[in-house]
Design a binder for this molecule. Structure first.
Ligand code: UDP
Length: 482
């Protein structure tokens, strides 16, 4: 077993002068500086289970990079575990969302492996951790390390990115498994109040921090229209005669780069031409993201009403996400459904596995695809937060999304997009997409409002301040009443 320590740049917070007025930014910067002073000589460790492919990896990378830029010794540790461990933790992840997943046991044998993996990973990390260091443990997978970290004298925060709005038997089963490992943490962070399992942990130590995006990353940075088309053409997602050489994006270190790898796409015929409107969902291949429902709902739309739009379901290459073992099976199931469609319908639906050789290249492709989309959908059946919705809003795209989990906190129905009360109602899903095509002006206004809302609330700088305030609270210095 070997832990991995993904490299992190130190990103300057001064970048935010491009987005925020001096009056708004200055007090924030002063506050960051104050928080930094309280962390001198201490490391802020973040422990998670994958360095790529999912909202957690996305956020950890951006927040820690700005923390480092602000002068905090923030480090990222990714645990190592065998596939059987990730099968169990995926089962647990599904349970905490109220879903039975593969229906397997969460019993003593599973506990033994969970604890064994926690113990072997923490045996490597603990010698590096000193009393007073802060360790933020993300999600259930590394939770088995918490007790040993507390013994080292670390201040431990357990950051839970998932949860269910309603507690059913499955959710209870998940918490019964997990609670003993997380209970001792100094604080817990959830994305929404409904996710706090007050029966299992001390709610007084639970705080809420909403996820955020890095507006300057390869995933979210501005791209002009020609770059968008060139990147999508190179990735074989759209056909365009824009010279591929103009398709550059900026890497974290500021160097321009191009996309070299293409997506693996299940399709009939050629990629859609640049002029074809796209309905897009970007998600891991996960049943809870309901790619099959998106496909089925899309087939119910009259092509003429949506101006001949195509659907692109995009997700990471299924070999690229270490902690999600179900991806290949979910993609295979969606592909089988796609094969069963009439050929003229198949021609308008593309199942794209995006290359994951290189995180920033993958991010640039997602960025271009989201920017090129006419409508972005997120038809999740359950959702911890749903960072793709924030990403779509930042790109001023109108969104059709299920009113589940954290999606409900991100947009209001009819304001930044359309929310679906019943995530499984395919006719309502199709009708919502059609409505946005019927009224492009209203759709455009929704996109503009979405961008403004993200600018006000959902930038990585907001997270940095929230975590800083939380650490202050744990340290007993609570100047803001966090
Ligand atoms: N994502 C990505 N490449 C892909 C598919 C998804 O980078 O091929 C990203 C997506 O842009 C978002 C994250 O993975 O940043 C998904 O986060 P979300 O909160 O929507 O769902 P999660 O995967 O965490 O359940």
């Amino acid at each position: 077993m070997t832990l991995r320590f993904p490299e992190l740049p130190a990103l300057p917070l001064e970048r935010y002068t491009r987005l925020l007025s001096a009056e708004r930014l200055q007090p924030l910067m002063a506050r960051v500086e104050y928080l930094r002073a309280g962390l001198v000589g201490r490391v802020v460790w973040n422990v998670s289970s994958t360095a790529a492919g999912g909202g957690v990896a996305e956020m950890v990378r951006s927040i820690l990079s700005y923390a480092r830029g602000a002068g905090v010794d923030a480090r990222w540790v990714v645990i190592e575990a065998p596939p059987e461990f990730f099968r169990i933790t995926k089962r647990l992840h599904n349970a905490l969302h109220g879903s039975v997943g593969d229906g397997s046991d969460l019993g003593d044998a599973e506990r033994r492996l969970f604890e064994h993996v926690g113990a072997t990973n923490v045996a490597e990390l603990a010698p590096l951790v000193r009393a007073g260091d802060v360790v933020i443990v993300h999600d259930p997978q590394p939770a088995g390390m918490i007790a040993a970290l507390l013994e080292r004298g670390a201040r431990v925060i357990w950051r839970c990115h998932i949860g269910a709005d309603e507690v059913d038997d499955e959710v209870q089963r998940g918490w019964r498994f997990l609670a003993p490992y997380v209970q001792g943490a100094h604080a817990y962070v959830f994305s929404r109040a409904a996710y706090i399992p007050a029966q299992y942990i001390d709610p007084a130590r639970a705080k809420l921090i909403a996820p955020t995006i890095d507006p300057f990353s390869a995933k979210n940075q501005p791209l002009d229209e020609r770059s968008v088309l060139a990147i999508l053409a190179r990735a074989r997602l759209v056909e365009s005669d824009v010279d591929a050489a103009v398709g550059t994006f900026l890497r974290e270190d500021g160097t321009p780069s191009r996309v070299d790898n293409s997506a693996d796409v299940v399709r009939e015929g050629a990629p859609p031409p640049a002029s074809t409107p796209l309905v897009v969902q970007v998600s891991r291949w996960d049943e809870l993201k309901d790619p099959a429902g998106v496909l089925e709902g899309f087939t119910r739309l009259d092509p003429a009403r949506i101006r001949g739009a195509h659907l692109v379901l995009a997700g990471p290459n299924t070999t690229g996400v270490a902690d999600d073992p179900e991806g290949a099976a979910v993609l295979a199931a969606v592909t089988a459904r796609w094969r069963g469609l009439p050929v003229d319908v198949r021609r308008r639906i593309h199942l794209a596995s995006l290359p994951t050789f290189e995180i920033e290249e993958n991010a640039a492709i997602v960025n271009a695809l989201q920017r090129h989309a006419t409508v972005i959908v997120q038809k999740s059946l359950h959702e911890g937060f749903g960072l793709t919705v924030t990403e779509a809003m930042w790109k001023a795209r109108p969104v059709v999304a299920s009113a589940v989990g954290g999606i409900q906190d991100q947009l209001d129905d009819g304001v930044e997009g359309l929310l679906l009360d019943d995530a499984s109602d395919l006719d309502a899903f199709a009708a919502a997409i059609a409505r946005l095509f019927d009224d492009p002006d209203a759709a455009r206004q929704m996109g503009i409002r979405g961008h403004a809302r993200v600018l006000d609330h959902s930038l990585a700088l907001n997270s940095l301040l929230s975590y800083g305030a939380l650490i202050e609270w744990i340290d007993g210095r609570d100047t803001l009443g966090a």
